[in-house]
Design a protein around this ligand. Sequence first.
Ligand SMILES: Cc1cc2nc3c(=O)[nH]c(=O)nc-3n(C[C@H](O)[C@H](O)[C@H](O)COP(=O)(O)OP(=O)(O)OC[C@H]3O[C@@H](n4cnc5c(N)ncnc54)[C@H](O)[C@@H]3O)c2cc1C
Length: 382
Amino acid sequence: MDFDLKEEHRMIRDMCRDFSQEVIAPRAEEIDRKREYAYDIIARMGELGMMGIPISEEYGGSGGDWVGMQLCIEEISRGDVAFGALLDVTTSVVAQELDVFGTEDQKRTWLVPIAKGDKIGAFGLTEPDAGSDAGSIRTTARLEGREWVINGSKQFITNIGLDNASLIVTAAVTKNPEKGTRLISTFIVPKDAPGFILGNRYDKLGWHGSATHEVVFDNCRIPEENLLGDPARGFAQHLTVLQTGRISIAAMSVGVAQACLDESVRYSKERMQFGKPIGRFQAVQFKLADMSVAIELARNQYLKAAWLKDQGRRHTFEATVAKLFASEMVEKVASDAIQIHGGYGYIAEYPVSRYYKGAKVLQIVEGTSEVMRIILSRELGL
Ligand SMILES: Cc1cc2nc3c(=O)[nH]c(=O)nc-3n(C[C@H](O)[C@H](O)[C@H](O)COP(=O)(O)OP(=O)(O)OC[C@H]3O[C@@H](n4cnc5c(N)ncnc54)[C@H](O)[C@@H]3O)c2cc1C
């Protein structure tokens, strides 16, 4: 067993860490306060190849692997989790779905610009009445001549509100042409398709640098060839890429938790009470020690899940454990980080208050903690 990162992984991690700490972290507070979409940062992430790490060079990526991608997501999230969310959706979910299930033409047209970071991808599964029960979606697609006509709406869609978002990979209900039975199929819907409507931007608790919007399909027309993959297996396709997305959510959680720990160690050495730095009190030291334990375990687990994926091995259990453990861990770590900062921790300009707001949703997106426990129960044969 070898726990050392390979040279290529160390290089990715260090490059992303430097970029995150030097470029993203100093701007994170302002981006969050002004609710900005930082297009200059997104463009530089693309130039550095971050959106295409696990995609082959042939399709605009750098031919790396998922361990490298998830390390990148951890480091970027340490600077600002909103950019981790961007990478998770555009690469782990959308680029992968195009790469694994797309035709040669679809890859050339849609994957290449996304892997290069010139364009950003969005993913649409959730609807107003279909969240955890994603199989109950109501958006429909019917074939009319050589076009699919899509009707319905999607909510909480990450990235689609960005000016350089090119498409949403979306799930819709279709009919088996022979049996007439209900299927869930997947479609590539370009943002400029007739009938595509970008809905309201959500005002969220945190992740203000991440674009979250509603999407409406009003007789939205796309070419027949924009069907992605097997029409009968659209839902299964989504579940495949969401499994990788869950490893990314774990990596994002570790990044935020590491930022909490870094800030808390620094603060505990500086803040004087009772004539000494608060870091000299065992109660504070033990909180910091417990944080470091939780982060170490969560990091090992997401790397194990990513490594199994790179080996082409089944990793449902490992990815689910990674997502559940890391997202629950980061909420506790972020809360403890505020506790260590005392009243200052609750004040907006201290980064730990932003980390705390950004941590909670990690227990919800790409499957809630309850859904993770349902999957684990199934893995146990229950
Ligand atoms: C910031 C943000 C970004 C997002 N980005 C995207 C995106 O890009 N694309 C996309 O498709 N979706 C996105 N989502 C949606 C997200 O994946 C869903 O919010 C999530 O899957 C939960 O669905 P829901 O909100 O409808 O909650 P619900 O499913 O209504 O769940 C409500 C509560 O009930 C619990 N619950 C539900 N069913 C069960 C059960 N069987 N057993 C036990 N408990 C249960 C849940 O765990 C939860 O606690 C995003 C959400 C947010 C907040």
